[in-house]
Design a protein around this ligand. Structure first.
Ligand SMILES: [Zn+2]
Length: 242
C-alpha cells in the first residue's frame, strides 16, 4: 500500500487526512464537505445524537463536561491534528459532552453514516483514527491531572501553547471569558494570570487577541503537561502507518 511520504505536498491541512495514502484520500474526498465553523457554534449537545464528524483545518473545537447546574468546563480540545466525533468511531451515536467551536475556522465535515462506512473500508484511515483516539485519551487523562495539580498560570501557558500549535500562528483570537471557561476558573483569575504573563513579556493582550511574544518563556512557564501530551501525539502519529 502506498503511503503519503513526508516530502509529498500535504493532501489536507488536517493532519489525519493529510497522512492518508493517495488512494484512500481519493475515495474519501467526495464524502468530505469543507465548511466554515464560526466561534461559539455548538456541534453536539451532551448525550445528543451526532450526525457528522469534523476534521478541523484551522480553529479549535472544545469538548466540555457539563453539570445540571449549568456548569461547563473544557476537558479536551481538537484542532488540525485530529477529529471531533470520536463516539461515532467507537460505535455510539451520542456525544459524550458538549462540542462547540472555541476558535472559528474551516473544517472538513463528513456525515456519520459515510464516516462509518469508510472506516470499515479504509484500513489506514481506521488505524490513524485509533491511534488518534489513544492520543485524545492521553490528553483527557493529562488534563484531569493538570486541573487538579497545576496552577492557573501553568495551565493558561499550556493552553495558549496548544492553541498556537493548532493554529500555527502567534495571534490567538480569544476572550478572557473563553479562557475562564477553558481553564475552569473565574474571569478575575484569568485577568490576574494573563496580566502577570504580560508583565513578564511572554504575551500581549489587546481587544480579544492574545499574542504570544516569547514562546520559549511561555513554554518554561507551562507545566509539563504540554510536553507530555505533545510527545505522546508525536509518538503515536509521527510514525509510518501504511
Ligand atoms: Zn499541567
Amino acid at each position: 500500500m502506498t503511503v503519503a511520504s513526508a516530502e509529498a505536498p500535504p493532501q489536507s491541512r488536517n493532519h489525519l487526512l493529510g497522512r492518508l495514502p493517495v488512494d484512500e484520500y481519493a475515495v474519501l474526498r467526495p464524502s468530505l464537505e469543507t465548511v466554515r465553523l464560526p466561534a461559539k457554534r455548538r456541534l453536539a449537545e451532551p448525550g445528543a445524537p451526532m450526525d457528522a464528524v469534523y476534521f478541523p483545518l484551522g480553529g479549535v473545537i472544545s469538548l466540555s463536561a457539563t453539570d445540571e447546574h449549568g456548569g461547563v468546563v473544557e476537558v479536551g480540545s481538537i484542532g488540525c491534528e485530529g477529529m471531533a466525533g470520536l463516539p461515532v468511531l467507537l460505535g455510539s451515536d451520542r456525544s459524550a459532552g458538549l462540542l462547540h467551536v472555541q476558535m472559528g475556522g474551516e473544517a472538513e465535515r463528513m456525515e456519520a453514516g459515510a464516516f462509518r462506512r469508510e472506516v470499515e473500508r479504509q484500513p489506514v484511515f481506521r488505524r490513524l483514527l485509533l491511534l488518534y483516539t489513544q492520543g485524545f485519551l492521553a490528553q483527557l487523562a493529562q488534563s484531569t491531572a493538570c486541573n487538579r495539580l497545576h496552577s492557573a498560570e501553568c495551565r493558561l501557558a499550556r493552553w495558549l501553547l496548544i492553541c498556537r500549535d493548532r493554529l500555527s500562528r502567534d495571534d490567538l483570537p480569544i476572550t478572557h471569558e473563553s479562557l475562564a471557561h477553558m481553564l475552569g476558573v473565574r474571569r478575575a483569575t484569568v485577568t490576574e494570570t494573563a496580566g502577570d504573563l504580560q508583565r513578564r513579556g511572554m504575551i500581549r493582550y489587546r481587544r480579544g487577541v492574545v499574542t504570544i511574544v516569547r514562546r520559549d518563556r511561555l513554554e518554561a512557564a507551562s507545566c509539563e503537561c504540554y510536553r507530555i501530551v505533545r510527545e505522546e501525539f508525536d509518538r503515536l502519529l509521527g510514525v509510518r502507518v501504511g
